[in-house]
Design a protein around this ligand. Structure first.
Ligand code: APR
Length: 408
């Protein structure tokens, strides 16, 4: 039976993904009265295996806010990635190229488990199994309405994913793009840990391998749009991966063993024009969706949450509205810069639809672009800073400058 919940809170948060949990934990630790409502059960939320590459600036932010104990203990540092094209591997030592910035490999579900524990300790236990059906009264104090549920808030933070309730408050404000291909994604066992993220460009399509914990890794294959996972056998996946990472390089890679779980990632990008509607703020996938290229979705979700928490704290504690006033502008700017980076990386890693029967020219061109990213210089440095999430950009042209110059 659903117990009726009538409450008030300074900040009501919808959704206990990374964005909602970071905002809840930071605000609650600072003494703000937060109510976090999550549709699904705790078990389901803690079992969602998704991203796993934590940017430098995100790790630093979590550490500064006392939320990184698990991440620092178990998150393995990674500072280089490999790009393979025409059987040649280029190592991109982005730690060296950026002056020491690295990722931590830490599964999203572990981070989510840590954050749930931190939010509880801070006095804000997420309320699971509590779907919010609507956000009302947005002109005054917004209300979160659900079955047997009504929470009156000073501010609401929608962290409820791409199908956000906020869509009904400002319909039609999302700009979206569907890429002409999808990615098959599989959790696989490997005979030794994956030491670097691997990206392979091939005439048959892109292939990738991302480290996870121990003997697990995530494998990606470019597939035709709307392809079905059921069409792929484990042997077919292993064979395609081997061909695309081809040549002598393949012998050097960890061997892919069991295929544990296969799914399809529909490749699309989306940004909503407004990340703030009066007293309702949007963060994470509610505000933008990124393709997995460059592993930016989780990191941008945390960056949004950090920005929102800072603005809300300034507003509620110090009565200063300056930070909150710039929220929508800052989030839109960063969302578009990040989309730009992910899109440029996708362009590098996939041949265009119109590649024609002889793709050798386009493959060689990509090898040339990859070579530039691996060699010290302004292009490589800008790529390295963006990729690792250093939090600062040495090149005012940013990722646009890095890859646009090479866009043939
Ligand atoms: N009421 C309550 N909770 C809801 C509702 C609702 N109406 N609708 C959705 N939710 C919950 C979902 O069950 C989910 O737990 O909101 C949460 C949204 O979490 P995520 O989808 O993980 O979104 P976010 O926190 O923005 O993190 C996004 O993390 O997985 C990575 O790269 C991925 O970009 C993605 C990022």
């Amino acid at each position: 039976m659903t117990v009726t919940l009538r409450a008030s809170a300074q900040v009501g948060i919808v959704g206990a993904g990374p964005a909602g949990l970071v905002a809840a934990a930071v605000l609650a630790r600072a003494g703000v009265d937060v109510c976090l409502l999550e549709r699904d059960s705790r078990q389901d939320v803690e079992a969602r295996a998704r991203a796993g590459l934590i940017e430098h600036r995100v790790a630093e932010y979590l550490q500064d806010h006392g939320l990184a104990a698990g991440l620092l203990a178990d998150g393995v540092r990674h500072g280089f990635c490999d790009m393979v094209c025409e059987g040649r591997r280029t190592r991109i030592d982005y730690a060296a190229l950026s002056g020491g910035f690295t990722h931590r490999v830490y599964p999203q579900q572990a981070l989510v488990r840590d954050l749930i524990a931190q939010a509880r300790t801070a006095g804000c236990p997420p309320r699971f199994g509590r779907p919010v059906r609507a956000v009302t009264d947005t002109a005054g104090r917004p209300r979160l309405i659900g079955d047997g549920l009504e929470v009156v808030c000073d501010y609401v933070l929608c962290c409820d994913g791409p199908h956000t309730l906020a869509e009904s408050l400002a319909p039609g404000t999302a700009r979206a793009f569907r890429y002409p291909y999808d990615w098959l994604t599989a959790l696989v066992t490997v005979d030794r840990p994956v030491e670097a993220v691997l990206y392979a460009v091939h005439a048959d399509g892109f292939a990738g391998l991302m480290p996870r914990t121990g003997d697990r890794a995530r494998l990606y294959l470019q597939v035709p749009r709307e392809d079905r996972a059921g069409r792929w056998t484990p042997d077919g996946i292993r064979a395609a991966f081997r061909t695309r990472t081809g040549g002598p390089v393949a012998d050097d890679l960890p061997a892919v063993g069991e295929i544990l779980d296969v799914g399809m990632l529909r490749m699309r990008g989306m940004v909503r024009d407004r990340a703030r509607l009066g007293r309702v703020l949007l963060a994470g996938d509610a505000a933008h969706v990124l393709t997995p290229s460059g592993a930016k979705g989780l990191n941008l979700a945390v960056a949004d949450a950090a920005d929102a928490a800072r603005g809300l704290l300034a507003r509620l504690r110090d009565r200063s509205g300056a930070d909150l006033a710039g929220y929508a502008r800052r989030r839109a700017a960063e969302a578009w810069q990040t989309q730009e980076f992910s899109d440029r990386l996708l362009t590098l890693l996939h041949l265009p639809e119109a590649a024609g029967p002889d793709p050798r020219f386009l493959l060689r061109l990509r090898r040339e672009r990859i070579r530039h990213l691996g060699r010290p210089g302004p292009r490589a440095a800008a790529f390295a800073h963006w990729y690792a999430g250093s939090g600062r950009d040495p090149d005012p042209r940013g990722p646009v400058g890095v890859l646009r110059a090479e866009d043939g």
